[in-house]
Design a protein around this ligand. Structure first.
Ligand SMILES: O=C(O)/C=C/c1cccc(O)c1O
Ligand SMILES: [Fe+2]
Length: 329
């Protein structure tokens, strides 16, 4: 059965910041196109590649990749909390196919995920239980990171397996593009924060609110040009979107993590979720991008993109407004 793909940037600021009305209308149109695309494809199941921001994965044991056999959203930044409906047999098949291909991923029977996983499910499908979901954690935040080539290989291995499955499967990649989110790092965090990055001790509601306030303040400063976060890089983002659209995915294998960070910021590693999702789609055959939206949006601290793609030659019944949303700026 066919695969289809929807990749999008997430941001905690998406439902908090208020960009100018024209920009907001564009963003809403792009997201509604993605929703229409998913509704027209009508997947039986979703395979979701998503990062985490020290809400579900901590340095007491930090894998590069992990498939959740059971998973729940923690409900940060106003996203839905609660249990995922994970199709166990499909999740096990994904894990085995990756292991067979030499990707030593972890599995979890109690995986916790944050806005990076839940927000795209809300925006594209309407909620975290709208469809059965196999959640796949792709470490994009916690150094040390493996090479981006490994994320491509992970996606490829899983795509080869999914292509043989009977279900209609929507691949979602969540993250990036260029950005430098104000997420702590083990190397620079004060002792109490570093301790939490290691142990994952639950945050108090005050600590959670302080984190939210800090991110909102950083976004306001960034939009005003008064923060020292690394600038967004629309040129890099556009080149990445072009590369993904042309299918030349192996080109990323030569990218070093240092180069990605220099070009696009410390959080641009989240693009490995896009690379994995596209590699999964490519493993099933040729594909075409059917819609693409991009803007560099400082208010979201994000090179913000929404892309849909489907196998070449597969048509889907259009639902609602399918006009092209904005384009690269
Ligand atoms: O987890 C956080 O506190 C912040 C995350 C964040 C901020 C800005 C852009 C993003 O993509 C994020 O995930
Ligand atoms: Fe993120």
């Amino acid at each position: 059965m066919p695969l289809a793909l929807c990749c999008l940037s997430h941001s905690p600021l998406l439902d908090i910041s208020t960009p100018k009305p024209d920009l907001l209308a564009e963003i809403n149109l792009a997201l509604s196109q993605a929703r229409n695309f998913a509704a027209a494809f009508d997947p039986d199941v979703v395979v979701l590649f998503a990062p985490d921001h020290y809400n579900g994965f901590f340095y007491k044991l930090m894998p590069q990749f992990c498939i959740g056999y059971e998973a729940s959203g923690i409900g940060d930044y106003g996203t839905e909390a609660g249990e995922f409906d994970v199709p166990r047999e499909l999740a096990e098949g994904c894990a085995q196919s990756a292991l067979d291909a030499g990707i030593d991923l972890a599995v979890s029977l109690k995986m916790e995920v944050d806005h990076g996983a839940v927000q795209p499910l809300e925006k594209v499908l309407g909620g975290l239980r709208a469809k059965p979901v196999v959640p796949i954690f792709v470490n994009s935040v916690a150094a040390p990171l493996g090479p981006i080539a490994r994320a491509r290989r992970l996606g490829e291995a899983i795509g080869e397996y999914l292509a043989r499955r009977p279900e209609r499967i929507l691949l979602i990649g969540s993250g990036g593009l260029s950005h430098d989110a104000p997420v702590p790092t083990l190397a620079s965090a004060p002792a109490d924060v570093a301790e939490r990055l290691i142990t994952g001790n639950a945050m108090t509601s005050t600590q959670r609110q302080e984190r939210t306030d800090r991110v909102i303040a950083a976004a306001n400063d960034f939009a005003a040009g008064t923060d020292n976060l690394r600038p967004l890089n629309p040129v890099w983002d556009r080149a990445l979107l072009d590369l993904l659209a042309t299918g030349n995915l192996e080109a990323v294998d030569s990218w070093s993590n240092k180069w990605i960070e220099e070009q696009a910021g410390g959080s641009a590693h989240e693009v490995r979720t896009w690379v994995a999702a596209f590699a999964a789609l490519a493993a099933a055959g040729g594909y075409e991008v059917t819609s693409q939206y991009y803007r560099a949006i400082p208010e979201f601290i994000a090179g913000f993109a929404v892309t849909t793609a489907r196998p070449t030659g597969v048509s889907m019944k259009p639902i609602g407004d399918t006009t092209q949303a904005g384009e690269v700026n």
